[in-house]
Design a protein around this ligand. Structure first.
Ligand code: G3I
Ligand code: 9MR
Ligand code: ZN
Length: 565
């Protein structure tokens, strides 16, 4: 008996869980903070006064401070004190202690803290590949999947019937569908990152199990999805909305999913998003792969021609699943922002006046030009920023200046929100929607853009605060990205993670996050007065708060990449 007890004690102390245990009230970024950054931890307690920063290796006290606050944080319902240890600038591994008993998780102070997370979140795209075998040093793998030709769903019309090869691309999310609208913005976000941070982006190594790749890894990865997108263009230049089965499959590995896949009708939202991302690709790939670049530009222009000959939303009222179908809809009542974005990217790539005119006409009523985060249904913020980054000599400098001015105002508003918030974030109560973690990261993309386009580096700190929230400084004291941080979500709604027989979820994936819309039974089961920032559960069943998706991982890659070294 004693022997068993002894073994139990040894196991307990040797287990990683014991080593990383912490008290939930003391919330830090479990990855860490860069040396010269602002450094805040949040202490969610009714009463506390002082904090200490201790070195993990020997528990030596390195820094002490007085907590500021408290801030009554409405969105979380928490009383938040702030531990500000900005002045502590020594590289190393530390934790925070409050009231001489409560401890935080360990975190690192150093300038290369985001490198691993950048790599993992980017590599997650490779892991989402459909139509091919996936394997790698992380130990996660699946066999080639979804290779059978898809059927045209009868609702497609236009005399199209029979089958079509639409294999490839990235699995959208926790399901295995491929959706043009979402693919467009996701790939574009990665290409924007590449275009605006060339040296760093081109240096990223993604450990592909292939030889013979010639492009920078991130461009190889994006090309894999773009090649699939090119299969989705229909004979008239319009682009099919999605390829999915009629119903979501069960929790099985992709190669086990033999449900029949269908291609759905052309939509103007899909066509415009396609035109935009193909135009971006045309210029980003030009120096590396002129043939592919030219192919993307031709496809983009063909899609644009479809849009000009179909000026209203296609189909009328936007896409809706036919009666026999129950997969993702990416339903959007308006395609004007998507069309605007297509025009911006085509202008940035070609400089042609047709696009410039379209941009001018379709922005006269925008006031302000930007005040929100981009997401799959609302792409105008991304378009506005892209216009300013554009370098065509014929661009309208007055319009450019107006966007920059409004971007600066927007950035000031975001910084103000961070100051007032208990968790030091840019989010509004209404931002806690399905995929809210992508809203906070897209705000950061806006702040990074503001810092570059309005020449004010102070916005960068605001952009980085989002990472601190994502990696643990949140009500759950949990990292929302699998495999990163001491304590991260384990039960993501991701079929390969649930079906592969491993306890560990697939790495580098960002959970959707708190969703006050409560669009699943788990969230509806939470008590009625749960504050918006707490409408989340690390549960496999909570697809509306704990699924992962390419359009949420893409801004994560962007922001991590920006702050990586
Ligand atoms: O914009 C409104 C907002 O104004 C309102 O306050 C709020 C209240 O719930 O709703 C908001 O709209 C919601 C929107 O997401 C933004 O959260 C819609 O109700 C909601 O239906 C919509 O959910 C989408 C979901 O699919 C269901 O269609 C998500 O955005 C979208 O990310 C998600 O995408 C799915 C794919 O369909 C299938 N693959 C997985 C992927 C990720 O979950
Ligand atoms: O697994 C599906 C997920 O990928 C979708 O985002 C989500 C919303 O469309 O739906 C999930 O599927 C669920 C379905 O909608 C309702 N029954 C349970 C399914 C699996 O949890
Ligand atoms: Zn697949």
């Amino acid at each position: 008996m004693e022997k068993i007890l002894f073994i139990l004690v040894v196991i307990l102390f040797a287990s990683p869980l014991f080593a990383v245990s912490a008290d939930d009230e003391i919330k830090v970024d479990q990855i860490g903070y860069r040396i010269l950054d602002d450094k805040y931890a949040v202490v969610a307690l009714d009463k506390a006064e002082y904090f200490r920063v201790l070195r993990t290796s020997d528990k030596k006290e390195m820094f002490t401070g007085k907590l500021s606050g408290p801030i009554r944080d409405e969105d979380s319902g928490d009383t938040c004190y702030i531990a500000d240890f900005t002045d502590f600038n020594k590289e190393g591994e530390y934790y925070i202690e409050v009231n001489r008993e409560l401890k935080s998780y360990s975190f690192t102070i150093g300038n290369d803290i985001y490198n691993k997370a950048f790599y993992k979140s980017a590599r997650a795209f490779y892991n989402q590949r459909c139509g091919t075998k996936v394997s790698g040093p992380d130990g996660f793998s699946h066999d080639a999947c979804h290779l059978s030709p898809a059927m045209f769903h009868p609702s497609v019309g236009n005399g199209l019937s029979g089958t079509i090869d639409v294999s490839g691309g990235w699995h959208d999310a926790g399901d295995y569908g491929r959706y043009t609208v979402n693919s467009g913005l996701s790939t574009a976000t990665l290409l924007f990152f590449f275009e605006r941070n060339k040296v760093k982006a081109a240096a990223l190594k993604m450990d592909f199990p292939y030889t013979g790749y010639k492009l920078p890894d991130l461009l190889e990865e994006c090309k894999y999805n773009l090649v699939w997108m090119l299969k989705m263009i229909s004979p008239n230049g319009g682009v099919y909305h999605k390829v999915t089965p009629l119903q979501f499959p069960g929790f099985i590995m992709p190669e086990k999913d033999t449900s029949k896949e269908y291609v759905y009708e052309v939509t103007s939202c899909a066509t415009a998003d396609f035109a935009a991302v193909m135009a971006i690709a045309a210029r980003v790939y030009a120096p590396y792969d002129s043939e592919f670049s030219a192919r993307c530009l031709r496809a983009s222009k063909k899609a644009w021609a479809f849009l000009t000959s179909n000026p209203g939303i296609v189909p009328e009222g936007g896409f809706k699943n036919p009666a026999d179908t129950n997969t993702g809809q990416y339903a959007d009542l308006s395609d004007t922002d998507e069309r605007f974005w297509a025009a911006v990217e085509l202008f940035n790539t070609t400089g042609e006046s047709e696009f410039e005119k379209f941009i001018e006409i379709n922005s006269v009523n925008d006031d302000p030009m930007i005040e929100k985060a981009a997401w799959w249904r609302e792409v105008k913020p991304a378009a506005m920023i892209s216009y300013c980054y554009g370098t065509q000599p014929s661009k309208n400098m007055e319009l450019d200046a107006k966007i920059r001015l409004d971007l600066k105002r927007h950035a000031d508003v975001l910084i103000g929100r961070i100051k007032d918030s208990g968790y030091k974030i840019t989010m509004l109560k209404d931002d806690y929607i399905w995929g809210s973690n992508n809203i906070i990261l897209n705000y950061s993309i806006n702040l990074i853009a503001a810092s570059e386009l309005c020449k004010d580096k102070s916005y960068l700190q605001g952009a980085e605060e989002a990472l601190h929230y994502i990696f643990g400084r949140n009500p759950f004291n949990m990292s929302f990205v699998t495999g990163l941080g001491s304590y991260y979500c384990m039960n993501i709604h991701h079929r390969p993670s649930a079906a592969d027989g491993k306890e560990e979820p697939w790495p580098g994936l960002l959970a959707g996050g708190p969703n006050n819309g409560r669009n699943d039974d788990v969230l509806r089961g939470l008590s009625f007065d749960t504050p918006p920032m707490k409408c989340y559960q690390d549960s496999l069943q909570s697809y509306a708060s704990n699924e992962v998706a390419i359009n949420w991982n893409a801004p994560l890659v962007y922001v991590l990449g920006y702050f990586s070294k």
